[in-house]
Design a protein around this ligand. Structure first.
Ligand code: ABN
Length: 181
């Protein structure tokens, strides 16, 4: 019977040595290090949110074909909203260019460039927020044409542009044409 125990011992010892060789402390530490560094760097990478909300619309029943209208200022696909991030003032008691009563236009804004499908020209559109009241909560749109990641503040739209106003509460966003591109 001893000969059988000897064989089992030797086989077990050999496989344990092989496993220890392949998965030694160093290889474990290397893998742990790669995981930790990778995990820390991943959230710092710029990410593209374009289409985040558009996809939700497109998935809805009876969704209009791409580029079908773009002419209703109460809808996210209105052409001037190509880079808007906020509640549409047209749904909140204001208009494309005016703030709802009780709010005031932001002192700073970010400017996007949108194609007007009616004349085929590009326009500079200033997305001024309306400030001084809590969120309107209606018609949230998030379009990101030519928008850039948050570490480049002036070209990022996910910002409360009421930051320079006395009352920095964000209510809704307008879309004012300020020039041609
Ligand atoms: N520019 C609209 C907005 C306001 C607050 C936070 C994000 C985006």
């Amino acid at each position: 019977m001893n000969w059988l125990f000897n064989i089992v011992d030797r086989v077990t010892e050999r496989s344990v040595r092989q496993v220890a060789h392949r998965h030694g402390r160093r290889s474990f530490i290397t893998r742990l290090g790669t995981g930790l560094v990778g995990g820390a760097l991943l959230p710092m990478l710029p990410f593209d949110r374009s289409g985040q909300f558009g996809a939700a619309h497109a998935a809805g029943a009876g969704a209009a074909p791409k580029n079908a209208k773009k002419s209703d200022p109460t809808q996210c696909d209105y052409w001037r909203y190509c880079a808007i991030d906020g509640y549409l003032c047209t749904c909140c008691g204001g208009s494309l260019t005016t703030c709802p009563p009780g709010t005031e236009v932001s002192k700073v804004s970010w400017v996007g460039t949108c194609l007007n499908p009616d004349d085929g020209r590009h326009y500079l559109v200033s997305y001024n927020d309306c400030c001084g009241k809590g969120s309107c909560g209606e018609c949230l749109c998030n379009n990101n044409e030519r928008e850039r990641p948050g570490y480049r503040l002036g070209v990022h739209n996910d910002i409360n542009w009421c930051m320079a106003n006395t009352n920095s509460m964000f209510h809704c966003t307008t879309a004012i044409i300020v020039g041609t591109a």
